[in-house]
Design a protein around this ligand. Structure first.
Ligand code: BYC
Length: 311
C-alpha cells in the first residue's frame, strides 16, 4: 500500500478505538511522538523520586517513613514499566537513559523545585500526584496499547499517593498554628508549578493537535489543567487553606474557575534547565548511574555465566 493509504487506514483504526500494538504499522511520527512522551514520562518518575527522598530520613514518624518509602519505590516501578512500554517501539532503554543524562530528553518541570519542609511532602502527594493522575487517567485511554495498559496500574498507585499527600496536608492544616502555616506555605509554593505540569497553553502547544488526532492525548493541556483546578480548589477550601491566586473566581456561566495567568517565563526557564534544582537533580542521576555501573556489570556477568551453564 502507498504511504497515504496506510496513513488513512491507520487513522480509521484509531478513530474506531482499536488499540495500536507494537507490531502494527504506524506512522513514523506517531512512533517518535510516543517514544518522546513515554520516555520523558519514565524519566519524570525516576527523577521524581529525588525531591521526596530528601525527607526519608526526617519523616516525623515511623509510619510516615514507611509510607514515603513505599511511595518512592512505586515511582521507581512506574519508571520501569514506562521504559518497557517505550522499548516496545523499537528503542533501546540504554539510549533513553543516555538522553536523560546528556540533558537532551526532558523530564517534568515540577521536579526542579525543592522540598523545603515536611509539608512539601504532603503538597507533592496532593498536588503533584494529583496533577499527574489527572493526566494519567486520560492516558489509560491512549491509542497505543502498551502505554495504555501500563497507565491502568500506575493510576491505581497514584490515587493512593494523592490521598496520602492530602492526608498529610489536612493533618497539618488542623494542627497547631505553626503547622497550619507550614501547610499554607507549601500550597503557596507548589500551586503554580503544579499548574505548569500540564504543559503550555493549548494555543502554544506544538504537539497537542496531532496527538489529539491520533488519540495519544484525549484531552488538551488546558482542559486537564482546568479539571485539576476545579477539583483542587474545593479540596483546599475543605481543609481551610487558601489557593494563592487572587484572580481565582468561580464562573457560573462556564461552570469552571477563572484563574490568574501562569508565569510562562518561569516554566520555559525551568524546562530549559535553569530551575532552582535542575543541576542538583541531573547530578544525582549521573552519580547514581556511575555508582551503579558495577551492579550492572555484575548482573550481566552473572547472567552470562548462568546462560553458559544452561547451554
Ligand atoms: N515539564 O506540545 P506540548 C510523575 C514540553 S508526573 C517539562 O504541550 P506534549 C510523578 C514538551 O515535552 C509527570 N517539559 O507537549 C508524579 C514539549 O517539549 P519536547 C510526568 C514539558 O508532549 C509524582 C514542549 O514542552 N507525566 O511522573 O503534547 C511523583 C511543548 O509541550 C512540560 C507525564 O510525563 C512539563 N511540565 O504535552 C513522581 C505524562 N510540559 O518534548 C512522578 C505524559 C510540556 O517537544 N506526558 N513540556 O522537547 C504528557 O501527557 C505530555 O507529554 C505533556 C506535554 C502533557 C506533559
Amino acid at each position: 500500500m502507498e504511504e497515504n493509504q496506510l496513513l488513512e487506514k491507520f487513522q480509521e483504526k484509531v478513530d474506531a478505538e482499536i488499540k495500536v500494538e507494537p507490531k502494527d504499522w504506524m506512522p513514523e511520527k506517531y512512533r517518535k511522538t510516543l517514544i518522546r512522551q513515554i520516555s520523558q514520562h519514565a524519566h519524570s518518575e525516576v527523577v521524581g523520586m529525588l525531591p521526596e527522598a530528601n525527607w526519608l530520613t526526617r519523616a516525623p514518624s515511623l509510619r510516615r517513613k514507611m509510607i514515603l518509602l513505599a511511595k518512592i519505590q512505586d515511582e521507581a516501578g512506574h519508571g520501569l514499566y514506562l521504559y518497557s512500554a517505550a522499548e516496545t517501539l523499537g528503542v533501546d532503554r540504554q539510549e533513553l537513559v543516555e538522553e536523560l543524562l546528556s540533558g537532551k530528553a526532558k523530564y517534568s518541570s515540577i521536579f526542579n523545585y525543592p522540598t523545603l519542609t515536611w509539608a512539601d511532602i504532603g503538597a507533592v502527594g496532593w498536588l503533584v500526584d494529583g496533577a499527574a493522575i489527572m493526566n494519567q487517567v486520560m492516558l489509560t485511554r491512549t491509542s497505543y496499547g502498551p502505554y495504555s495498559r501500563a497507565m491502568v496500574r500506575i493510576c491505581k498507585e497514584e490515587s493512593f499517593h494523592q490521598r496520602q499527600g492530602f492526608e498529610i496536608v489536612a493533618t497539618l492544616a488542623k494542627g497547631t498554628p505553626e503547622q497550619k502555616e507550614m501547610a499554607q506555605d507549601a500550597l503557596n509554593r507548589w500551586w503554580w508549578p503544579s499548574l505548569m505540569m500540564f504543559g503550555p497553553r493549548d494555543d502554544n502547544s506544538p504537539n497537542t493537535a496531532q496527538s489529539m488526532k491520533w488519540k495519544i492525548k484525549r484531552k488538551t493541556n488546558d482542559e486537564l489543567r482546568e479539571e485539576f483546578i476545579d477539583r483542587t480548589v474545593q479540596q483546599a477550601e475543605a481543609i481551610g487553606l487558601t489557593v494563592p491566586d487572587k484572580d481565582l473566581k468561580w464562573n457560573e456561566e462556564r461552570g469552571h474557575y477563572d484563574h490568574g495567568e501562569i508565569n510562562w517565563d518561569e516554566f520555559y526557564n525551568v524546562i530549559q534547565g535553569n530551575g532552582p534544582c535542575n543541576q542538583e537533580r541531573m547530578k544525582a542521576r549521573r552519580d547514581a548511574y556511575d555508582n551503579g555501573r558495577w551492579v550492572r556489570e555484575a548482573a550481566k556477568a552473572y547472567a552470562a555465566k548462568r546462560a553458559a551453564k544452561a547451554a
